[in-house]
Ligand binder design. Structure first.
Ligand SMILES: [Zn+2]
Length: 508
């Protein structure tokens, strides 16, 4: 990280959509990044909802409600999704809030003052579902060319405001070339470079045929996409910045789904430059979660519902599974059965049993009291584990981070199997038994700290069973020193962390 404070965002979620596992995936990734960053310094995580546009206005009308009442009704389900997966956001922004409108108008005015906004007539084919204009040549059979949509489009002719996006093409190209890490993964970077090389058209940034949006002086409302992107700075209190959040936290790391890469990697930086602001630090577009190789959709009946999944397996098991199963960035397939297997094997057998049997032996042989710190081959071998895990997480190699952490889980389990504490006890080899028990407890303390960003509530439970106070949200520099666990700490074995989950009975 180039700055001391870390700021991560999810996209703001389209208010009348249905929360699915992909939304949870982005939110959990942001939460992992923010919790990891907090172990080193100040960090902030943002999510929220995208509430304007013609589609919302039409849905509200169909529901017989005002658009504001309609969005007020829907916003809580998005907060519930974050809560269901234990994602701790510092702020939740709704684009219908006054602070957001204030920032949008200020940005618009700055861009206009800089000569980047002009009036013109917009004519084109509009897809209300995607809130996107399409050129005639792109239409497929006269319909929306988005393969997910393919709905009829309507001809619009309006007097609108335009942003001179084309004027920023060369600067964007230069930035992309100088900063290959700006857009990740590589496939998205390549796609966006191809778009840049083909050239950029100016962008219509207002609409005048309906009024559900942020009103512009002189009529019309701000185009919903233009409005939505600004949430990342309006939530920091820009432009007034009364709390100093913008000065502290901007620029951000944006997490997005790959389908919205063009808006975030090309249009948004150009808007910021036009207003004389810094552009995002980096933009990471993750892949899609598929159900057994197929895109989830209502019509295929293969939608994995995020609320019931968290309820059945626990938020932490799902969090672990999503980031252990595949690299962040690629599309990947999930199934409830794969999740169940990882819950039982990785979490129940490897980690849960390690804690349970370590503390049971400590109880049996030492009344639950941690022995004196001792030299340990495991302590030496894993001395740099915190640094390694932090590097992986910072680079969004979440799976590699978990792989590294699991090497410690495996080493501790192997130490029990090889050194057989019950034999050490039987043969009166008390020093060796003490050293082993210390290694197990100290290793488990490390695991609680390292796993906390991934599995906050289970790590809390481990922490408490290890006799620690507070939570495992501690400074890694200080806490990940082997030998920190104090002799005489009273441990407190508790309920199994990951009770076994059986397959659901097949319906007859
Ligand atoms: Zn469409």
């Amino acid at each position: 990280m180039s700055k001391a404070a870390f700021y991560v965002t999810t996209p703001i979620f389209y208010i009348s959509g249905t929360p699915h596992i992909g939304h949870a995936y982005t939110s959990i990734a942001a939460d992992i990044l923010a919790r990891s960053a907090r172990a080193f310094g100040p960090a902030r995580a943002l999510t929220g909802t995208d509430e304007h546009g013609q589609k919302v206005a039409q849905a509200a009308e169909a529901a017989g409600m005002s658009p504001q009442a309609y969005t007020d009704m829907l916003a809580p389900k998005w907060k519930e999704l974050a809560a269901a997966y234990d994602c701790r956001f510092d702020d939740f922004i709704r684009t219908t809030e006054p602070r957001h409108a204030e920032a949008c108008l200020a940005l618009f005015e700055r861009m206009r003052a800089n000569g980047d906004v002009y009036q013109g007539v917009y004519e084109g084919w509009y897809c209300t579902n995607d809130e996107t204009f399409w050129p005639e040549a792109k239409l497929i059979d006269g319909r929306c060319p988005n393969p997910e949509c393919h709905r009829p489009v309507q001809w619009l002719s309006e007097q609108n405001w335009f942003f001179k996006l084309s004027a920023y093409r060369d600067r964007l190209l230069a930035h992309f070339r100088a900063h290959p890490e700006f857009v990740r993964p590589q496939t998205r970077y390549n796609e966006m470079m191809a778009v840049l090389e083909a050239g950029l058209d100016d962008l219509s940034i207002s609409r005048s045929s309906f009024d559900w949006g942020i009103p512009l002086p002189g009529g019309g409302v701000i185009y919903v996409w233009f409005d939505a992107l600004i949430n990342y700075i309006s939530a920091l209190g820009w432009p007034a910045d009364r709390d100093g959040l913008f000065a502290t936290f901007w620029p951000a790391t944006h997490l997005i789904g790959k389908e919205i890469a063009r808006f975030h990697t090309l249009i948004w930086p150009a808007m910021l430059w036009s207003a004389g602001l810094e552009i995002p630090e980096r933009i990471f577009a993750h892949g899609w979660i598929l159900a057994d190789g197929e895109k989830m959709s209502k019509s295929l009946g293969n939608v994995i519902e995020p609320f019931s999944l968290a309820q059945r397996f626990g938020a932490d098991s799902v969090r672990y599974f999503l980031f252990r199963e595949a690299p962040f960035g690629s599309d990947f397939s999930i199934s409830v059965e794969k999740l169940r297997q990882r819950h039982n094997s990785d979490l129940g057998n490897d980690l849960g049993n390690l804690l349970r049997r370590s503390l049971a032996m400590l109880q049996k042989y030492r009344n639950g009291l941690v022995p004196e710190p001792a030299e340990s081959a495991i302590g030496e071998r894993f001395a740099d584990l915190g640094t390694l895990v932090h590097e992986h997480v910072t680079a969004m190699r979440f799976r590699e981070a978990l792989d590294e952490i699991w090497n410690l889980v495996t080493a501790l389990n192997r130490a029990i199997d090889e050194q057989k504490p019950w034999d050490l006890h039987k043969h009166g080899r008390g020093d060796e038994l003490d050293a082993l028990l210390y290694t197990l407890c100290e290793g488990l303390r490390w695991l609680a700290i390292l796993l906390y960003p991934f599995m906050p509530s289970k790590s809390d439970a481990m922490w408490a069973q290890l006799g620690q106070t507070g939570t495992p949200e501690v400074r890694w520099d200080d806490a990940l020193q082997w030998g920190t666990l104090g002799a005489g700490t009273q441990t407190d074995p508790g309920a199994p962390l990951f009770p076994r989950i059986e397959p659901e009975p097949v319906e007859a």
